[in-house]
Write a protein of this length. Sequence first.
Length: 596
Amino acid sequence: MDYESRTIFSLVEQGLKGNTSGIALSSKRNGKWTDTTVNDFIERVRSCALGLFELGIRKGDRVALHARNSTEWMICDQAILSIGAINVPIYTTQPADQIKYILENSEARVYIVSDDEMFERVKPLSKSIETLTAIISLYGSGHKKLKSFDSVIALGYKKNEAEPNLFEQLKSKVKPEDLASIIYTSGTTGLPKGVMLTHNNIASNIQASYERVPFDPDKDKNLKILSFLPLSHIFERMLDYMFMSMSYPIYYIESNDELIDDIKTLKPHFFGTVPRLLEKVYVGLKIKTNEGSGVKRIIGLWGLSIAESYEPEKEPSWLNTIKFKLADRLVFSKIREALGGNLIGMISGGAALSGKMMRFYNGIGLYCSQGYGLTETSPVISVPAPGDLRAGSVGKPLRNVKVKIADDNEILIKGPNVTKGYYKMPEETINVFTDDGWFMTGDIGKLDDGHLYITDRKKDLFKLSTGKYVAPQYIENKLGNSIIIEQAAVIGSYHPYCVALIVPAFDSIAGKVSVKITKDELSKNKEVRRLLQDEIDKVNSSLPDWEQVRKFMIIDKSFTIESGELTPTMKMKRQIVYEKYQHQIDEMYEQEKKEA
């Protein structure tokens, strides 16, 4: 299959023409859903684009978009791209010093924020950004320093009345090879790097991904797509572009705390997610089932165990077929109904999805696959095709993406989706490409019969003082499969053995101890330590001696984006974790010295 060289907005416009639902996007705000029709969306994109043009934005200018997911976010994005400007998205959770750096480094001309409250938080830093000519608030604004989104729309509407052909003229000058976005990846260390992505980088990825979704837009009409991952990240943004180009409406939730309720109310058919959400839903089902009584509890636990045994790559035996049909009738159908009843499935990205989670969700009748990619690859490198799932694999590479494994097992990439490089960082750009032009992902993996498996991050590998190498992410994922472990960080660099910081899954573990405990009491409770030790022992039994976790320390606070241990894409900032918990790490190794 050939892939056309396209602009992003041309793909979206094509999809809008085929949208038979009448709804382009819908957003929940202050508890109320507001639909935006296809015609209204098209008109507002035009008005926003011409409004930005009136504010002095021209082709190649950078516009920073620092806002929560919403219809307005996508209107601004399409407006920016339509006039050849460059969208510089900023995470709402980004630290102030990084926001300042991004605005300065990108030389942003216009800065768009969600509301006046967000502006107040960043107001001191915005004063020093010399390139800024306007700041726009999407909701409001009563602030004299801000322009309201509505005023920009009005400005553009007036411009269109005066020059009705201008918008089409501006669009016609945008080429597929033009820059569409500079996305600053915070990474796990150092300053953010601005990844430069062209229209065709992303458009080629969208087109190549069509064949990897578990439905056919020509047959499956009016599906609802739920969106809750940040649009600042290329994974959700590319998914939304793709689904819009497939003529499906997107629904943006207001708060992740209301996600399950929104799923029940909206009854969506598909969404992008991260492994942590799938793990939390799974743990919640386990807890709820365990709290049942009598026959209901026995049947529920049996059903969940049947789902966990599902093997997507194998034809089930006649006996297993009967078991799954019975489990579906008694257990799985009720779970699907609790998730709205229309859900076809989901795709997971951002971090590794365990084979256990993939088996479970596919086992209960919800299509669940995981994609693999990076911001630098727009983002998808590989994702399973329907009917070609393998637990633990991220599928086969997209048809227009080449993958090879280097001598040190690093995954190397070539394709139209690969970044032009890092903005204003020529040396960094040179360093991520081999001499013959392959992009170095920094991930360690293997290919098995064309299926790609990710085993760890190259930078995360550490060497024990014994000379043995350890891949911590693999061990952490195995520990995270436990219903009572929320997070784990495995440590051991330049030490003779591995230790771990463990964040227990409080709700799950609290139900297993004989007395009531608070989160503050977790680390002191002997029953909690015994239960966690049992789980660690199970994982250790499957690992070679040098990878086994010898000691662990209980941490009563989760690793989060806000507290600094996780990147916006939920990857662990290991150096931050090590520094923050250096005392506990030293104590674990000190204990071993005393016992020796």
